[in-house]
Write a protein that binds this ligand. Structure first.
Ligand SMILES: Nc1ncnc2c1ncn2[C@@H]1O[C@H](COP(=O)(O)OP(=O)(O)OP(=O)(O)O)[C@@H](O)[C@H]1O
Length: 417
């Protein structure tokens, strides 16, 4: 990983800068998590100490904006005021649209970049700042960019990482064999990294992060490029590695089925802020806002009149149903909670409609995690639109007022492995 790991990662090494962001109008679960973080920070001897504590984490990057005539230096706030815990035995999923701040959070957790404010505690942490030499004992990190040497074989990677992590010579062969079997890597052992497919490279990175059973594992989009079977093997390995153990993991992903398969709780980030946190079932119930109905029509029933009649019938069953996107043979509706007094009654009405309107099939289900996610993702799109229009105005005003400034650009490069 190339960094000295500290049991406490904070801005300014020993000094923790206060986060300027207020946490007003926050979701109640996000607030409750903040309270849990405060308790964890003040209670160092607690039995059930979380394995990771992230407290009021903020990261600002300096960026340069190349304007039409002048360049301006600006601050990009990548994460605002993130507080969360990872409990023992827990895999916490960090979801969010592109640019929400997930990787920046991972960088701060891995010690790759310094927080501007706030702190991270993990491993055998204590209130006093102290450094520990053996980073790798505590933490396994699978970054988004593969940290592989192109001319070194898959087997050599495993051996080198095992030795860096301090695994005993006599146990290395056995450990590598188990990892290789679990992830089906045997036929690739002698291949150089540059000759591995994208999916196998990710498998290898995942394997490297898990070697030596570190107490905390950070997985940044681990399954990118893997085929469905490989993903499922990896998910099984993750479940087995953390469930009911004294260890924890944070995983970022864009795949909702991955979050459903491995995460005990998920947190959704939007524009650098935590918008919600909880179990997937809890989030679906709280934000899913109802049900989704999909009706697949037979080809001969797609005439305007038939569709209009069916639409009328759907509205009779669910008066507040809202038609979403519709394709030639598929009608999709969002049904609010209040229209579904009883599930059995709803299904019996739908069955009758199916008979009368001869639709091919239908599905009626609670909102999916994907739908919950999409609702939050829209918030970021709105933020970006607002900032876009503001910055254009700002640049125009600056054009009239200011002299050009030239600025260095030293801290705007993400440190990649
Ligand atoms: N070194 C940097 N300098 C300036 N801005 C940065 C830097 N790194 C990230 N950012 C900005 O910070 C914000 C958060 O980026 P980050 O990579 O953490 O998002 P993300 O949620 O991981 O996105 P993705 O899903 O695409 O990986 C983005 O607006 C990004 O452009």
């Amino acid at each position: 990983m190339g960094v000295l790991f500290c049991c406490r990662i904070s801005s300014g090494k020993t000094k923790v800068h206060r986060n300027p962001d207020e946490s007003d109008n926050e979701d109640e679960d996000v607030q409750a998590e903040r309270t849990r973080v405060k308790e964890a920070l003040s209670c160092q001897t607690c039995e059930e100490k979380p394995v990771v504590v992230v407290s009021s984490l903020r990261k600002e990057y300096s960026t340069r904006h190349d304007g039409f005539i002048l360049n301006t230096k600006k601050k990009k706030v990548a994460t605002r005021n993130i507080s969360l815990c990872v409990r023992k035995g827990e895999v916490l999923g960090l979801l969010g649209p592109n640019g929400a701040g997930k990787t920046t959070t991972m960088y701060m957790l891995a010690g790759e970049t310094e927080p501007t404010a706030g702190q991270v505690l993990m491993g055998d942490y204590c209130t006093e700042f102290r450094q520990v030499d053996s980073t790798l004992e505590y933490i396994g990190y699978c970054p988004q960019v593969n940290p592989l040497w192109p001319k070194i074989t898959l087997q050599e990677h495993l051996e080198i990482y095992a030795s860096i992590k301090g695994l005993g010579q006599n146990e290395v062969a056995g450990i590598i064999k188990r990892v290789v079997n679990a992830l089906e890597l045997k036929e690739h052992l002698k291949k150089k990294a540059k000759n591995l497919s994208a999916g196998i490279k990710r498998k290898l990175c995942f394997a490297l992060s898990m070697l030596g059973n570190p107490q905390i594992v950070l997985l940044d989009e681990p399954s990118t490029g893997m085929d469905p079977k490989a993903k499922q093997r990896m998910w099984r390995a993750i479940r087995a590695a953390f469930k009911n153990r004294q260890r924890g993991a944070i995983l970022t992903t864009h795949y909702m089925e991955e979050a459903e398969a491995v995460c005990d709780r998920v947190a959704i980030m939007v524009s650098g802020q935590l918008r919600c946190i909880g179990s997937i079932q809890h989030l679906k119930g709280k934000y899913g806002r109802g049900y989704s109905l999909e009706v697949k029509l037979r080809e001969e029933m797609t005439g305007l009149r038939e569709v209009a009649l069916l639409h009328k019938e759907i509205l009779r069953i669910f008066p507040h149903a809202v038609r979403q996107e519709s394709f030639a043979t598929l009608m999709v509706y969002k049904i609010p909670m209040e229209d579904v007094k009883s599930l059995s009654e709803s299904f019996s009405q739908l069955e009758k409609a199916k008979d009368s309107f001869h639709f091919e099939e239908y599905s009626f289900s609670q909102s999916t995690l994907e739908q919950v996610f999409m609702e939050f993702a829209k918030e970021q799109e709105n933020d970006e639109e607002e900032i876009g229009s503001l910055s254009t105005t700002f640049q125009w005003q600056r054009l009239q007022q200011d002299e050009p400034v030239s600025t260095p650009h030293s801290d705007s490069i993400v440190h990649q492995l």
